[in-house]
Design a protein around this ligand. Structure first.
Ligand code: ADP
Ligand code: SF4
Length: 691
């Protein structure tokens, strides 16, 4: 084992949090993982793996303390009754097993929660609903105005839940005064118009929080620390008569009350933007002032992916703990790797926000870089360990994109002798092209990590600039063959049933690959985008940056509509606007003419002609599966050449996002020569106890 690099030593100092001591400064802040109380084993394994990897503090996601804060259908955690305690115990035990502190984030959503299941009226300081623009968060009930008894009840619910959390074994208990949730709305002058002792001055608006902290501390004693999670960005913009801003005044009044401050933004989109739209450390303007106003430890996030940036946050006196969600998802073993002098082995987060998209869709977390994330319990996968080989079979992997690279790396880690071949001069597949697009450089980390790891292994042969034909494959004499030959965008428009229709390509009609390979474009460039994800908007930006006039047309209400899930949707629309790219929504192309396209509106069916130079079509990707299909049809030849199995994975099997390709590569390698304990026919689930 190599010694730890001196410059990271500061990250391994212990820090007191009230009556508890964190063994280091690596702090997995509360974040959703899509596993509420209904998936206690999944949750325990997801969080436990981070403790095993060295994170000093590991928190739950948001945990509702009372039925008046019911966030269904999203998979929030719960402590509504004594019966909910047991569900949390496996996670606490999994975290404690590795000497880390376990924290629980209490959540009362107030006006934000729809209470769709419990049917209780939402509650708020002044009955004001914070309007949202996304359907998923809209609800039809304005909140009830809380009276004094409601306030007393709210405090009591926190106290009762705190006792339950302590019984479950948690070391840190949060009061959550962030986003649009209830304690935050008390702080916020727009949502708190009360004229009693809980409204008016900041001293009064923060009274509820002080009472919550004080009562929770009373019940916790030295059994648990009490933390506050707090949004500062809006208070920083509010003027204060006695201080620099209301945020400053807030900490001057309340700075010493809890045992720890966890600083965040008032909107998740702002706090967790994708790497395409944010820099590491982007939260500094909102958290750097806090440490000057309190003696209590401060934790903050900000897409910290590199250990140098993490150490800088501590050295510069900005934070006491390096808060992370994504860095701990992409590499749960980041702290241990640093400790062992293995910083080059860190699987660095690419900022794609696929993990965030899982919360928005209510499913267990998935990660592009770390295919084992979310599969720890169900499939028994581990980010650093994999079963050793069970035979001396050799494997030929054809295609060096994310699927082929992950398959190669994981097979080689198991000890198999692997060869990987690719037509290109470089490994990386689609990523080599896509990472040239604006803001997409970090995607290259998917390739860099795997190539760097593969280069350290002696049982992998790499054949570049090698396009394999079916006969080549049959002659090569491998025991097993896997094709990961990718997919290609097709020149297609969309019919009235929203299905793709291929059209003849001319010298003015292009796909994204043509554009990235430098085809000659002519203004005005029209992009027709019926893909849900990032490619259409990126094409528009890229072509605009080349100096062309660009119009993007989409049949949807917004460009890249799926990107709501990855917290990117607003940024994408803003970027198009900033770059002066014309956007036409709710239309599809009915007819392509030589120098124009005929559009038809989805609702009105009105038809319009738009002039065009080049036309770029983004919407339909088709498998490059001819190699697989040909080989698969030659059963006898496969037998004669000694090939025992042939499989097709990744985009050449089912075109998807990079996360799907990496997962497919890992699934192939992990289950190669093995029984899958979570096969398609035997999908492992957690079952409720019938009472
Ligand atoms: P995925 O996302 O599924 O990994 P990619 O499109 O990123 O797919 O990568 C597929 C890779 O397969 C590309 O780099 C391409 O050059 C390579 N490839 C396709 N056909 C062949 C072939 N017949 N022989 C070798 N490499 C191939
Ligand atoms: Fe990072 Fe993407 Fe993994 Fe999330 S899914 S942790 S953003 S690499």
């Amino acid at each position: 084992m190599k010694p730890m690099n001196e410059r990271y030593k500061i990250l391994f100092e212990s820090v007191e949090i009230g009556p508890k001591v964190a063994k280091n400064r690596f702090y997995q802040v509360p974040h959703a993982m899509g596993s509420g109380n209904d998936m206690p084993n999944t949750r325990a394994a997801q969080r436990g793996i981070k403790a095993e990897g060295g994170w000093g503090v590991v928190n739950t996601g948001y945990c509702s303390i009372h039925p008046s804060s019911d966030d269904r259908p999203l998979p929030f955690a719960r402590l509504w009754s004594e019966k909910d305690i047991a569900s949390h115990v496996p996670m606490v035990e999994a975290v404690h097993e590795h000497d880390a502190l376990a924290g629980i984030e209490f959540f009362h959503g107030g006006a934000y929660t729809a209470n769709r299941h419990t049917r209780m009226p939402p509650i708020s300081p002044s009955g004001i609903q914070q309007k949202v623009s996304e359907l998923m968060d809209m609800h039809l009930t304005a909140p009830k105005v809380m009276d004094k008894k409601d306030i007393k009840d709210l405090i009591q619910w926190h106290v009762i839940a705190a006792e339950r959390a302590i019984q479950a074994g948690f070391d840190i208990i949060y009061c959550y005064a962030g986003m649009g949730f209830l304690p935050y709305h008390f702080l916020h002058p727009t949502f708190n118009n009360r004229n009693d002792e809980y409204g008016g001055s900041l001293e009064n608006r923060s009274r509820l929080m002080r009472e919550l902290i004080s009562e929770m501390k009373e019940v916790a004693g030295d059994r648990a620390a009490i933390a506050v999670r707090m949004s500062t960005d809006e208070l920083l913009t509010f003027k204060s008569e006695s201080s620099e801003s209301e945020a400053h005044e807030f900490f001057e009044i309340n700075g010493e009350f809890p045992d720890l401050w966890d600083i965040k933004m008032s909107s998740w989109f702002k706090e967790c933007p994708s790497g395409r739209f944010a820099e590491s450390g982007h939260m500094e303007p909102y958290n750097s002032f806090v440490k000057k106003l309190t003696s209590k430890p401060v934790v903050g996030v900000g897409w910290f992916t590199s250990p140098d940036i993490m150490a800088k946050q501590i050295n510069d006196g900005i934070l006491d703990f390096v808060g992370a969600a994504r860095a701990s998802i992409a590499d749960p073993f980041l702290p241990n790797k640093l400790k062992e002098g293995r910083e080059d082995d860190i699987r660095e987060c690419i900022g794609c926000n696929i993990c965030a998209s899982c919360y928005n869709q209510g499913i267990p977390v998935r990660c592009t870089q770390n295919p084992s994330m979310g599969e720890e319990w169900r499939r028994g996968w581990h980010p650093e360990k994999i079963k050793p080989k069970s035979s001396d079979n050799s494997v030929l992997v054809i295609g060096g994109g994310p699927a082929g690279l992950e398959a190669t790396l994981s097979l080689a880690r198991r000890g198999y002798s692997v060869a990987i071949a690719d037509s290109n001069k470089e490994l990386g597949g689609r990523i080599n092209m896509e990472s040239k697009l604006p803001g997409m450089t970090s995607y290259k980390r998917v390739v860099d990590y795997r190539v760097n790891q593969i280069n350290q292994l002696s049982n992998v042969d790499v054949f570049l600039d090698n396009t394999l034909s079916p006969d080549d494959v049959l002659e090569l004499g491998f025991d097993h063959v896997v094709t990961a030959t990718g997919s290609a965008w097709q020149p297609s428009i969309m019919d009235e049933k929203s299905a793709p229709v291929l059209i003849d390509k001319t010298d003015t009609i292009f796909t994204p690959e043509n554009v990235l390979n430098g085809c000659e474009l002519k203004s005005p460039v029209i992009i027709f985008d019926f893909d849900y994800y990032y490619m259409g908007g990126l094409m528009a930006e890229y072509i605009k940056d080349l100096g062309h006039e660009v119009t993007i047309i989409t049949p949807f209400d917004k460009v890249s509509p799926w990107s709501f899930n990855s917290n990117e949707i607003d940024e994408i629309q803003l970027r198009l606007q900033e770059k002066d790219i014309r956007v036409i929504t709710q239309c599809r192309i009915k007819k392509v003419k030589d120098s124009s396209v005929k559009l038809i509106h989805k609702v009105s069916h009105e038809e319009t002609d738009i002039d065009r130079g080049s036309l770029v079509l983004v919407g339909y990707r088709k498998q490059n599966d001819s190699l697989f299909s040909d080989l698969n049809s030659r059963e006898e030849d496969l037998k004669t050449s000694g090939i025992k199995s042939l499989q097709n994975i990744g985009d050449s099997n089912a075109p998807g996002a990079v996360v799907h390709a990496v997962f497919a590569g890992h699934l192939y390698a992990n289950t190669f020569d093995q029984e899958d304990n979570c096969s398609d026919d035997n999908f492992k689930l957690e079952y409720p106890v019938i009472q």
